[in-house]
Design a protein around this ligand. Sequence first.
Ligand code: DC
Length: 209
Amino acid sequence: MIIAIDGPAAAGKGTLARRLAEHFGLEMLDTGLLYRAVGLKTVRDGADPGDAQAAVRAARSLSSTDLEDVALRSEEAAAAASKVGSIAAVRDVMLDFQRSFARTQPGAVIDGRDIGTEVCPDADVKIFVTARSEVRAHRRLKELRARGVDAIHGRVLQDMKERDARDAERDVAPLKPAEDAFVIDTGDMDADAVFAAALDFITSRNRSG
Ligand code: DC
C-alpha cells in the first residue's frame, strides 16, 4: 500500500505520516527533507538556491549523510528548499529516488507537496492536510521555541506565507490536492483526531475497494 500525504508547511503531514507508517508497518519518506538537503547544500557550496545549475549539481551529489544534518530543520533550510524545489531539473533528479522508495515492500507512506499529483499519482490512498496559515505559523513558532530558537510570530507567519505562495504558484508540480485526495483541515484538530480521521478514510476505502 502506498499512502501519499501532501499539504503546506506545518499542516501536520509529518506527524500523520509517522503514525500511519507505524500503524500499517510501512516505510516512511519525508520528501521535504530531500529538498531541504539540496537547498542547504547549494547554499553551502556558495551558490544561490535559485541557481539551477548549482542546485542540480547539489541534487545529484546528495548522500544519505546529508539527510542527517540538524541544520535541515532550520527556517533557512526550508526557504532554500522551497527555492530549489521550483526548479524543474532538480525535481527530475528527485523523482527517481522517490519513486523507487515508493516500491519498497510492503509499501510506504510518503509526505511532501506533489506526492499524490506527480510522484505517485497511482497511490492507493491520497490525503491532503491543511490549516489556516495563522494556525500553522503558531504551531511552527511553538516548535521553534521548544528547540530553543528565538522566533517571533509575525516573521514566522510572513516566511510561511511566502513559502506557501512559492510552492503553490510554481509552474512545476505545484502544491495542490490531487482530485481524488481526502482533505483534512487540521486547524481545530489535535494529532489524535487527525490520525483517527485518516484511519477512518483508509478503512472505509479498503472496505469498499
Ligand atoms: O515539507 P517541508 O516543509 O520540510 O518542505 C520544505 C520545502 O521543500 C517546501 O517549502 C517545498 C519543498 N518541497 C517540494 O517542493 N516538494 C516536496 N515534495 C517536498 C518539499
